[in-house]
Design a protein around this ligand. Structure first.
Ligand code: SF4
Length: 452
């Protein structure tokens, strides 16, 4: 059933919302698309070396898990061989050297993020080694935030203490849903007691930011079951919650065939689940950030949203003013000056490029002036929910296209500024998606650079 709030939204937009893969709409094939910008990336790093006051963010991808969750959409590998992870760390160190040969060492980190995979699947000695590798090349400053994604089942008091001692300030636990039927259907079991305990221990250990990740649109989820999960999550009182949309694409991710499509909520129900999250968290005092992030008062994202300084990067929403994101590890996304890159998603392809002394690029794009202006407009939409007419240069056709949603109450005008309405926020990614830069390759593959 389509919830009342969305009753007059055209079916095709609802369907578009329900299938995020459809967001990959070609907008502006850029003149330099189709060629890997390795030389430009190297030059951007070298140029940045001459501006030592500019901090960088670093993302490290750790693509290893002990088992595969059925809903998984990440670049990861199931392994039980510690040597495989050791070997990955060997190559990661070589990749760091490729970067610091151009950038130099000692650059201040604004943000460090370990994602995966399951970063806390690494042993204590592997985590210590990884952080030694990072801190030999980059410098923690007074305002550095360092966060790690964790599976609560693999976390322990000892591990959290180690992570805190290694400099991590934030930890996020992927719990997805607390309902037993949903957990069974997705192959990921985390009891409420376990989630409560790891969050309490993380707080006692001194983490400044304890976040939880939820997913809506999972099999067997109903508004009632999800509301019960939301109530229990709110009782745990995380600083931040990211509530992701499940995307069911079994042809691309065959393990998802194990999820019965008949148990998935329909388009309207899925919107209803997001609506429940928005209502539940905002009633509990959380700030609604973007489409599906929620943050407590005092959380840096909430403060940045209030101050109008919120930004959106490949790592999601951030309060960090740093533009440069160094990508490390297979499949990582990065950006230095005008150059956007993604590393090879497969570990073997990633390794063989690095061993040959090359950046392990899978795709890349050097942004033109027009791309940068368009990005600024999309960033305004994603973070401030508006686009002043003055920012609409290079955005005209799309600015006009967005106006079609005025009649449906998704956008509205105030003077010469277009604003996304509260209802339109549920469709924010779909509204922004056609403005991304599409890159087509000669081999027929295409990728979308999320430039906001
Ligand atoms: S823990 Fe995350 S990355 Fe690993 S299989 Fe589950 S969803 Fe995928």
């Amino acid at each position: 059933m389509t919830p009342t709030l969305f009753a007059d939204i055209p079916r095709n937009l609802l369907e578009h919302f329900a299938h995020p893969a459809a967001e990959a709409i070609t907008f502006t094939p850029s003149a330099n698309a189709g060629r890997l910008p390795s030389a430009e990336y190297a030059s951007a790093l070298t140029a940045l070396a001459g501006r030592p006051d500019e901090a960088v963010a670093v993302y490290v991808h750790l693509p290893f898990c002990p088992v595969r969750c059925l809903y998984c959409a990440c670049h990861t590998t199931v392994t039980h061989e510690a040597e495989r992870i050791d070997r990955y760390l060997d190559t990661l160190e070589q990749e760091m050297d490729l970067v610091t040969e151009r950038l130099g060492t000692g650059r201040v980190l604004s943000q460090l993020h370990l994602g995966g995979g399951t970063p806390n699947y690494l042993s204590d000695s592997q985590l210590i080694r990884l952080m030694e590798m990072v801190t030999r090349r980059f410098r923690f400053g007074a305002n550095t935030t360092a966060a790690i994604e964790c599976n609560p089942r693999r976390a322990s008091a000892g591990q959290l203490e180690l992570l805190k001692g290694l400099g991590f300030t934030g930890v996020s636990f992927g719990i997805q849903d607390l309902d037993a039927r949903v957990q069974h259907a997705i192959g990921r079991i985390n009891s409420l007691g376990l989630v409560r305990d790891v969050c309490a221990i993380a707080r006692e250990t001194g983490f400044e930011n304890v976040s939880l990740d939820l997913i809506y649109g999972l099999p067997n989820q109903t508004e009632q079951s999800f509301e019960s999960t939301l109530e229990r999550v709110i009782e745990i009182n995380p600083d931040r919650v990211r509530c992701f949309s499940y995307s069911h694409l079994p042809t691309a991710r065959p393990h998802q065939y194990a999820i019965e499509a008949g148990c998935l909520p329909g388009t309207g129900e899925k919107l209803g689940l997001l609506q429940s999250a928005v209502r539940g968290f905002t009633d509990a005092g959380y700030h609604w950030i973007g489409v599906d992030w929620f943050a407590r008062d005092g959380d840096e994202l909430a403060d940045a949203q209030l101050a109008g300084t919120l930004r959106h990067t490949c790592l999601g929403y951030t309060s960090s003013p740093t533009r440069h994101l160094i990508a490390l590890g297979s499949s990582s996304l990065g950006e230095v000056d005008r150059v956007l890159i993604q590393n090879q998603p497969g570990i073997d392809a990633w390794r063989s490029e690095i061993e040959a002394g090359r950046f392990p690029l899978h795709w890349g794009h050097t942004m033109t002036d027009a791309d940068l202006r368009r990005r600024q407009a999309v960033a305004r939409l994603m973070c401030n929910l508006d686009v002043p007419a003055g920012l609409a240069t290079d955005f005209d056709r799309d600015y006009e296209r967005l106006t079609q949603w005025v009649d449906h109450g998704l956008v509205e005008f105030s003077g010469d500024t277009m604003r996304v309405t509260q209802r339109g926020r549920y469709f924010l990614r779909s509204l922004c998606a056609p403005h991304e830069i599409s890159i087509s390759w000669s081999n027929g593959q295409s990728n979308v650079a999320r430039v906001c």
